[in-house]
Write a protein that binds this ligand. Structure first.
Ligand SMILES: NC(=O)c1ccc[n+]([C@@H]2O[C@H](COP(=O)([O-])OP(=O)(O)OC[C@H]3O[C@@H](n4cnc5c(N)ncnc54)[C@H](OP(=O)(O)O)[C@@H]3O)[C@@H](O)[C@H]2O)c1
Length: 314
């Protein structure tokens, strides 16, 4: 990257372009300007989330805007208000428009990366890790609870399995095939199921990233007082509840979104990962110039854990 002081230079970024194959292309955008509570970060790695693919196609991120939420990089200008990390600190951030060589990040949306944690692993934590942590917290995670994680092979799923197991829960991981369930026992799943086959005993918590018929089946398995956290909907299928399915002892189906700055939760997750207590599995890694390949692998259910894009050498 160019020096920070002096004339603003354009920076490369992955921007939304509805005419491109994946509605995304590598382009140039103006260098970002940092507000007083923001740092400027030179990005080395970003991670691709399923939600980014939806955002590019749905118009939620408009044409011409920079895509992405997960970035790791080095601070090149500290926040003007004196808050946050110093120049030279390596940070991980959950921020909109993350897929650029240089980004402006609110101090409340980042955490410093401990030196024991590789940048390529740290970058897998923001959206997927924070969704797993907050949805389990919202649901009242506790030792001894029976916790069902759907889409357990994916980014959110793998973190949710580990966090629930660490809390002493009985963890049931649901995946699409036996191959997709590999390794989940080693990171804390007590049971690994294809779909919900064979699951008869009630569960207390569901973290659901799949939606559709599996959400209906999970609801039917939910114990009184239990909570389904509807985090995602990768099946793309409607959920049809049979008559009276929602009538009975109180239990809840709660919508979920990450809607507040993630810095404090990122600090928790990076610390766990640095200590070896939270594995960040990388299922795809390569240059951001290969965005289409990464997107294809993610959509094709061929990524176990996270897809990591390299922006520049660290
Ligand atoms: N609300 C929020 O703030 C928030 C935050 C993070 C993520 N999300 C959403 O949560 C969902 C999961 O995100 P992620 O990052 O974990 O995605 P991911 O890494 O791509 O994993 C998605 C998982 O969904 C399963 N899956 C994919 N297509 C499926 C289908 N047709 N039927 C059944 N299962 C299918 C896959 O399981 P198998 O390969 O085992 O079949 C895969 O493990 C997405 O919908 C994402 O948008 C929302």
């Amino acid at each position: 990257m160019s020096p920070v002081e002096g004339e603003a230079m354009p920076v490369r970024a992955l921007v939304v372009d509805p005419s491109a194959p994946d509605a995304v292309r590598l382009s140039q955008v103006p260098e970002p300007e940092a507000g007083s509570g923001e740092v400027l970060v030179d990005v080395t790695h970003v991670s691709l989330n399923y939600g980014d693919l939806n955002d590019a196609r749905s118009g939620r991120v408009p044409a011409g805007a920079v895509l992405g939420s997960d970035a790791v990089g080095v601070v090149v200008r500290a926040a003007a208000d004196g808050s946050g990390p110093a120049v030279g600190s390596r940070v991980v951030a959950l921020t909109s428009g993350a897929f650029a060589e240089r980004v402006a990040v609110p101090v409340s949306a980042l955490a410093e990366v401990p030196k024991e944690l590789e940048p390529a692993r740290a970058v897998g934590l923001p959206v997927a890790g924070v969704a797993a942590l907050r949805s389990l917290r919202n649901a009242g995670l506790d030792a001894g609870k029976r916790v069902l994680i759907t889409g357990a092979s994916g980014g959110v799923g793998r973190f949710a399995v580990q966090l629930a197991a660490r809390a002493g829960a009985h963890v049931i991981a649901s995946v699409g095939s036996a191959a997709r369930g590999e390794g989940l026992g080693e990171i804390g799943a007590d049971e690994v199921l294809i779909g919900l086959d064979g699951l008869e005993e009630a569960v207390d918590i569901v973290v659901d990233g799949v939606g559709g018929p599996q959400l209906v089946a999970a609801w039917n398995l939910l114990a009184p007082g239990g909570s389904v956290q509807s985090v995602g909907w990768t099946s793309g299928e409607p959920a049809v509840f049979p008559p009276y399915a929602t009538v009975g002892p109180a239990k809840s189906l709660t919508s979920f979104v990450i809607d507040s700055p993630a810095g404090a939760d990122l600090a928790v997750l990076t610390e766990l990962a640095a200590q070896g207590d939270l594995a960040v599995e990388i299922g795809w890694q390569g240059s951001w110039e290969r965005f289409d390949e990464a997107a294809d692998a993610l959509r094709g259910r061929r990524v176990s854990g996270k897809a990591v894009l390299e922006v520049s050498p660290s």
